[in-house]
Write a protein that binds this ligand. Structure first.
Ligand code: GDP
Length: 447
């Protein structure tokens, strides 16, 4: 099964390297190989060959590996060329491949063909991108497990359980003369409850996986000069933000990407929160509020030297539905013990960005607030799209339970079908063109 034309791309990153890899996939791969290399190498053997231009001149020489369909990544005939990692050489080779009838691959097109040819499902295809883009060891390990099918397998087992239950329900609907009041049968509801709890388990794991994939967005807010930039620097352990003793200098939002025990955290440092100020500062505050509205968590930083904090007024800037923590900074000057303590406004943390006291407690606190537990061996990577599908499946199952209570067999079967359909969106059993193109265009070229 092929997608029609033959595609080619440089699969290694742009720039100079020891080796550069080109990939060609499609129905004319054998023809391309015989002209470019002089022959079609034996399947799955590394063959040392000259790569020749139209005039028969050698562009480069290197390894050529031929993977005949269907035993290739895409499921089509694939040729891999390992040339020297020179952008000029790779460009010449790519131009030669195009001359031989291949077309430049779109981003993610190799993976898309692998999906369309049934070599991998959609969750596995996404795991390839997540593995390539992993920002931590934990994320890479989880992506590798998803790619190996750990996530898909669990989804698949759930779907099978749903199908089995639905078949049972539909059989009972189809043969009413049997007069079995199947819905009075506790087994239907027990099985439904068991599926619901498996789904809840899977959702918990997927949430961890999505955290590893997307990370959390943390906003640092608080009065000017409280030490927001210093806290960001301390967390990032680098001079990511400009730290200045003049109040109101952090006017724009600084972004830093850090990892706390493998969990990616995107930190936004905002302009100081205070009333009035010059126009540019008010603009900064508007942005700060917009950033907080998109945050997973807000750290409200206070200077522990200052005794008359208007905590309520500061907290009023944080959107009501966003979780927040009060962070009392500069305890190296006040002598307050580092770590968590309780205030009338809730749990607070005492730290010193300068001495580093309390930073470990802050990291632990952030992980806890995100509901993060280090992924065990069973962890896998997941995306918001998956979480959304799992949530919708949960809604269908809840409605199914209600229908079971009402003895409404047809409606129960309908909800089970609904749950099955949304779970199928995860693996790609049910997809739309639009979803596929959104997923694969986020890949890089050559993948
Ligand atoms: P921002 O305006 O909230 O971003 O505050 P900055 O990070 O720019 O810090 C304001 C001033 O406080 C700077 O002079 C920092 O060196 C100082 N500062 C920040 N954190 C601490 C701390 O933990 N202890 C002490 N002693 N000074 C700090």
């Amino acid at each position: 099964m092929t997608a029609g034309d033959t595609i080619a791309a440089v699969a290694t990153p742009p720039g100079v390297g020891g080796i550069g890899v080109l990939r060609v996939s499609g129905p004319t791969v054998r023809a391309v190989a015989s002209v470019l290399l002089g022959d079609v190498p034996a399947p799955r053997h590394a063959a040392f060959r000259a790569f020749r231009d139209a005039a028969g001149r050698e562009i480069d020489r290197g390894l050529a590996i031929y993977f005949p369909a269907p035993f290739s990544f895409t499921g089509e005939d694939v040729l891999e060329l390992h040339a020297h990692g020179s952008p000029v050489v790779l460009d010449m080779l790519l131009a030669r491949l195009v001359q031989l009838g291949a077309r430049l691959a779109r981003p993610g097109e190799f993976s898309e063909r692998a999906f369309l040819n049934g070599k991998i499902d959609l969750a596995q295809a996404e795991a390839i991108a997540d593995l390539v883009n992993a920002s931590s060891e934990a994320a890479a390990r989880s992506a590798a497990r998803s790619l190996a099918g750990a996530f898909s397998q669990e989804v698949h087992e759930l779907v099978e359980a749903l199908v089995a239950l639905r078949t049972h329900v539909e059989a009972a609907i189809d043969f009413p003369e049997e007069e079995i009041d199947f819905l009075a049968d506790a087994r239907v509801r027990d099985e439904l409850a068991a599926i619901r709890s498996r789904l809840a388990n899977l959702t918990r794991n997927a949430r961890q996986g999505a955290l590893l994939q997307a990370g959390m967005t943390l906003v640092l807010a608080g009065a000017p000069n409280a030490g927001k930039s210093s806290v960001l620097n301390a967390l990032a352990r680098e001079e990511a933000a400009i730290v200045s003793p003049t109040a109101g200098t952090t006017r724009d939002i600084v972004r830093a990407h850090i990892a706390i025990d493998g969990l990616p955290v995107h930190v936004l440092d905002t302009a100081g929160l205070r009333e009035g100020g010059e126009a540019i500062e008010r603009e900064g505050m508007t942005r700060a509020r917009a950033a907080m509205a998109r945050a997973d968590h807000v750290l409200v930083v206070l200077d522990d030297n200052e005794r008359d904090h208007d905590v309520a007024s500061l907290l009023s800037h944080v959107p009501a539905d966003i979780s927040r923590t009060l962070l009392y900074n500069k305890i190296d000057l006040t002598g307050r013990p580092a770590g968590e303590f309780v205030t009338p406004a809730g749990v607070a943390l005492a730290i010193s960005a300068k001495s580093g006291a309390g930073l470990d407690a802050l990291r632990a606190h952030l992980k806890h607030r995100m509901g993060y537990q280090p992924a065990g061996e069973g962890g896998f990577i997941a995306r918001r799209r998956h979480l959304d599908a799992l949530a919708r499946a949960g809604t269908h199952l809840d409605l199914a339970a209600e229908q079971a209570d009402q003895r409404a067999g047809e409606l129960l079967a309908e909800e089970l079908r609904g749950a099955q359909r949304v779970l199928g969106e995860i693996t790609g059993a049910f997809t739309t063109e639009d979803l596929l193109s959104r997923i694969f265009t986020s890949f890089c070229i050559g993948k």
